[in-house]
Design a protein around this ligand. Sequence first.
Ligand SMILES: [Zn+2]
Length: 238
Amino acid sequence: MRSKALPILCYHKCGPADQEGRRLNVEPRRLAAHARFFLRRGAEFVTAGRLADGWPDRGVCLTFDDGYVSTLRNAFPALEALGVRASVYVVTDKVGSSADWEGGDGAPLAGWDELLDAHRRDFEVGCHTATHARMDGLDPDTQRREVLDALNALRERGLEPRSFCHPYGRYDSATLEILQGAGVPIGLALGKRPALPTDPRLELPRIVLAYSDGVAMLLYRMLLRPRLRQASGAAKRP
Ligand SMILES: [Zn+2]
């Protein structure tokens, strides 16, 4: 891997398939295998917000979108047992209810008590808008409300989010301006490669992992696929 390349992994739910399904889910054992792989390589686990303070030499970030009950109850204890911390991105109007937005399956979302408890155990609780709005193309006033309402809800509870996760990985120039104005230093998008220190801090790419991705597939998504994409891009150039 190129020096300082930082895999930021994107997960959602975490539980057995017979309870959580396979879509947007990782089984706790598989998640632990991913974490142990990085531990064996001597990687430093950082929460996304910490990237505002500096870029680790051999880092890795684990992120969980939407704040599912299954993430808090299954993923976090499994990681904690390995001494690993991660970030969870919550949709503030939906905390304690369910993921009923477009494309969501209505899976239950953790309440504030559980989120605050995770925060006390050094997990990062970050911002994922107020209603899980798809921001690109949305009028700037609505975008501003989505960001500021969500930040206020978090701050009222003593959380000071330093990272923001773009719903659906989508954003536009207004989103970035609003985040900058609101003092949020780190933004997470989606991409098919590790993040690099040269990437704009509000547009860091994350690698999405699928239910069936073991360590071999993790390696493919992290190391091989970016090279193949680079090579095919180079081949297309005259
Ligand atoms: Zn989401």
